[in-house]
Design a protein around this ligand. Structure first.
Ligand code: 4AD
Ligand code: MG
Length: 464
């Protein structure tokens, strides 16, 4: 008999019909006469209760129905009286598809997140991680739908690259060379001419530079793919492999850019509220009691536009008023997350889009303002998370961009193709990067970025 997914079955239960469900045993309880089995098939956070009259089933079979075992159950779908569920199944036939002995690590409820990371291969079977990964899927759909409906093209930037977009030099090298026997140049440096690509290459930190090429041809594009950063940041907000969404738009100025950033995030959060109600209700109950309120608040609240200089003034005022920060505040400093969170959570009580940063603390490609000191960079700062988006208007003037590249000693040989956009029909344009896992941290209320990606890569950890 054809299997029905539990999500479909609970949506509009056809009471009185015979159904077949397949899934994994979450719990089993009962008496000598009857067993109640909570079965979950991953299609929803909700289990279906299986009622097994023990007089009808073989004792040996029932022994195999343990936590974690995989079952196929045929039975009559009936209205449930007790279980807090609308429907339950009175089993007429049970097949054990896969047994599960008592070494199964997910025996009881309430494991710590740290423990569950050690069994990341099994943690999707817990309620919490099932919810997180279903939400992760829905957020990806939200992102594609948002941009598709706006007429943006999904563009694929390469993962292997010979240039360093952010200029931060925190890249993972890609090589097929024999590391035990490296060919050297006369000056002792490594000779890459025999390497696979005939030159030094790395995993990309951002698809932006290629995204700019595409935006100056297709008008508006977005990338959505993995990016890699070898920064040794062991924090709850950093991964060595994370997913980034990078839209890039021709003919956008700073106002257009910040407007899109706000519209985009609100669309995604609203999508979660509309499509992930059961999973969010679970996370709100079990993980973060402020979650739903925070999500609704962000959807309804206008984001604050705040020039960096004004932000520094507010922080300096706070210090004068007696507020203590760990890190110093002065014009030109890179804001620490305590500063960002003060502005967002304490001062404005709203997401903040900070703009017009000192050029020294931002990347070479950002559009320079007339004051000679600041650039049209934007960071979107979120409650709990800090920076969720980084973006900018791009410097489209060839000479100004070159001057900045020279000032920063960026190797030109890797950049000629990028500079061609400024030589051939240059145009005003802008774009941003949203960290997918930072968005998921916000939407799920999870506390650690390692818990919103299936298999996290962090310093010292590439298991699974
Ligand atoms: O601010 P970032 O470094 O900006 C760029 O890479 C630009 N090229 C984007 C663009 O304009 N197209 O990174 C963008 C976002 C950050 O705001 C953050 O959300 C996320 O990427 N991010 C990380 N997420 C997880 N782990 C890390 N190590 C991250 N580094 C950045
Ligand atoms: Mg940034």
């Amino acid at each position: 008999m054809k299997r029905t997914k539990i999500s479909d079955l609970l949506k509009s239960p056809a009471f009185g019909t015979t159904v077949t469900v397949m899934g994994w045993v979450r719990t089993r309880r009962g008496s000598k006469a009857v067993s109640f089995i909570a079965l979950n098939d991953g299609s929803t956070i909700n289990n279906i209760q299986i009622v097994a009259d023990l007089a009808k089933f073989d004792e040996e079979l029932m022994k195999d129905i343990t936590t974690g075992a995989c079952l196929s159950v045929e039975g009559l779908l009936v209205e449930s009286v007790g279980s807090g569920q609308a429907a339950e199944i009175q089993a007429t036939r049970i097949d054990v598809l896969g047994t599960c002995d008592n070494t199964y690590p997910l025996q009881k409820k309430g494991h710590s997140m740290e423990f569950l990371r050690e069994v990341a291969h099994l943690r999707p079977r817990t309620n919490t991680f099932g919810a997180v990964f279903r939400i992760r899927h829905h957020m990806a759909m939200a992102i594609h739908t948002f941009f598709h409906e706006k007429g943006f093209y999904y563009f694929h930037a390469p993962l292997i690259t010979a240039s360093d977009c952010e200029g931060a030099g925190q890249m993972f090298q890609v090589t097929t060379m024999n590391l035990y026997d490296l060919k050297k140049n006369e000056d002792g440096s490594i000779d890459y001419s025999d390497d696979f690509f005939g030159r030094q290459t790395s995993l990309t930190v951002s698809g932006q530079l290629e995204g700019e090429l595409a935006a100056t041809a297709l008008g508006a594009i977005y990338t959505f793919g993995p990016t890699f950063r070898a920064e040794n940041s062991n924090t709850p907000r950093h991964l060595a492999e994370f997913w980034m969404i990078e839209p890039e738009m021709a003919f956008y100025d700073l106002d257009d850019l910040t407007e899109l950033e706000e519209e985009f995030i609100k669309y995604c959060v609203r999508w979660a509220l509309d499509h992930c109600a059961d999973d969010l209700a679970f996370l709100n109950k079990m993980v973060d009691p402020g979650l739903l309120e925070r999500l609704n608040h962000v959807v309804e609240t206008p984001f604050v536009r705040l020039p960096y200089t004004e932000g520094i003034r507010i922080l300096e005022e706070a210090i004068k008023g007696g507020h203590k920060f760990e890190f110093p505040v002065y014009w030109g400093c890179d804001l620490a997350s305590e500063h960002e969170r003060f502005l967002v959570e304490h001062h404005f009580k709203a997401p903040v889009i900070m703009t017009d940063y000192p050029k020294e603390i931002k990347a070479f490609y950002m559009k320079q303002n007339a004051d000679g000191k600041t650039v049209q960079g934007t960071d979107v700062l979120f409650p709990q998370i800090g920076e969720i988006i980084g973006g900018s208007v791009r410097e489209e003037n060839y000479d100004k961009l070159m001057a900045r590249i020279e000032e920063l000693h960026i190797p030109m040989k890797d950049m000629w193709w990028y500079l061609d956009t400024r030589r051939y029909g240059t145009c005003p344009h802008a774009g941003f990067g949203l960290g997918f896992e930072r968005l998921l941290l916000f939407v799920t209320g999870m506390q650690n970025i390692r818990d919103v990606i299936p298999f996290p890569r962090t310093p010292g950890n590439a298991s699974f």
